[in-house]
Ligand binder design. Structure first.
Ligand code: ADP
Ligand code: MN
Ligand code: MN
Ligand code: MN
Ligand code: MN
Length: 397
């Protein structure tokens, strides 16, 4: 792999950054590309700061160059959905997260579905998955429950060669896992510059980032985005990934969102998805539920707690369907080892990091709060995962 050298000349760059833009604005239009993992963008110079995405013009790109359209009919439309501040250009410049659409002959548009999708697997695709998710989150029964998500995005940093994780000896292995998680010190922590610069970039941009920490495998890190409500979760997580690619580009470091970047006795990377409905968060919720299965089988449960266990039972009945959409190559990660539940066994438990879903101890103690689905892979599509949870828990589908 050949990797960009980042900024060619940071000092010169800064000189040009200081030039006055004559009131004009750079809008970086961002979209999810053909593999569902690549993020693409291009710049539009506009004359007026938009107050909302509706003030921004639609745009288009050559879908045949991103694996999203055939060459003979290559135009894909970009619809601005969400605006963030641009931490790279700063000033009156913005990042514009867009959804992708196909024009029809009658002048209407439909959400992009990639016809010859070579990479579409486990919910990760170059399709517009946002629109279907939005419909679910706009359903009155879902809207009313103000569903929150907090996603823990794990990622792995690689040297410029693209094959050596940061901190690993070239062609060899570091000391076994143990000292690296939340570590400090030159011998254990590799790539804090990236984690910290990314955190700052997210905060500046307006991404609802909530923390970061070093992970169990050396060179692996995590940050959390949330709580976000509904479709906002997919938007903010997608933008946070874009910012990660951009920060890494500056440092000439390669980031991977793959769930098992290093085979063997090394932790994989996930996207634990924490979630709650209004009823789960509210200690005053009135509800009764007697589970037919699981650890509370036959017990008459009440309140927010009953809502949570009922949601878990619903999730259990859909476990295989959900897993099939929780990210590509997730089977390499969900082995039952390295703090995961194995792919074929559904389980939930209090403070259990080997379960499919963990009930945080605090939630169990208070009998209201949130739950953590530990199964989604680091490369999952957040629009797919969050909307599936909403659909199963609130729409019984
Ligand atoms: P872990 O203990 O598994 O490492 P983290 O602290 O990394 O958990 O992440 C927890 C995530 O859950 C954070 O993004 C946080 O904002 C989010 N969160 C907190 N409360 C709620 C809630 N009520 N509903 C949904 N998400 C929540
Ligand atoms: Mn061109
Ligand atoms: Mn975490
Ligand atoms: Mn983690
Ligand atoms: Mn977690």
């Amino acid at each position: 792999m050949s990797v960009s050298s980042g900024s060619l000349n940071p000092v010169l760059n800064r000189e040009f950054d200081e030039l006055d833009q004559q009131g004009r604005i750079c809008a970086e239009y961002i979209w999810i590309g053909g593999t569902g993992r690549d993020l693409r963008s291009k710049t539009k110079v506009i004359d007026k700061m938009p107050e909302s995405p509706d003030d921004l013009p639609e745009w288009n790109f050559d879908g045949s160059s991103t694996g999203q359209a055939p060459g003979h009919d290559s135009e894909v439309l970009l619809k601005p959905e969400s605006i963030f501040r641009d931490p790279f250009r700063r000033g009156d410049n913005i990042l514009v997260l867009c959804s992708t659409w196909r024009p029809k002959d009658d002048g209407s548009t439909v959400p992009l579905v990639v016809e010859e999708d070579l990479t579409k697997v486990a919910g990760v695709s170059g399709n517009n998955t946002r629109e279907a998710a939005k419909e679910i989150f706009e359903h009155p029964k879902v809207k009313e429950q103000e569903m929150w998500f907090g996603i823990e995005q794990e990622y792995t940093l690689f040297e410029r060669d693209g094959v050596t994780p940061l901190g690993w000896p070239k062609g060899g292995f570091p000391r076994p896992q143990g000292p690296y998680y939340c570590s400090n010190g030159a011998e254990n922590s590799f790539g804090r510059d990236i984690a910290d610069c990314h955190l700052r970039a997210c905060m500046y941009a307006g991404v609802k980032v909530s923390g970061t920490n070093g992970e169990v495998m050396p060179g692996q890190w995590e940050y959390q985005v949330g709580p976000c409500e509904g479709i906002e979760s997919g938007d903010h997580l997608t933008l946070s990934r874009y910012l990660m690619y951009r920060v890494c580009e500056k440092f000439s470091i390669v980031v991977s969102f793959e769930p098992k970047p290093m085979a063997g006795d090394w932790n994989g990377a996930g996207c634990h998805t924490n979630f709650s409905t209004k009823d789960m968060r509210d200690p005053a919720t009135v509800h009764e539920y007697t589970p037919k299965d699981g650890p509370y089988k036959g017990e008459k449960l009440t309140g927010a707690w009953a809502k949570m266990i009922e949601a878990l039972e619903k999730m259990g009945s859909k476990s295989a369907e959900h897993l099939a959409l929780y990210g590509a190559d997730n089977h390499l990660r969900l082995t039952g080892k390295h703090e995961t539940a194995d792919m074929h066994t559904w389980s939930y438990g209090v403070a259990n990091r080997g379960a499919s879903v963990r009930i945080p101890r605090e939630t169990h103690k208070k009998k209201y709060g949130y739950l953590e689905d530990r199964r989604p892979a680091s490369n999952m599509d957040p629009y797919v995962v969050t909307s599936l949870l909403a659909k199963t828990i609130l729409l019984d589908e």
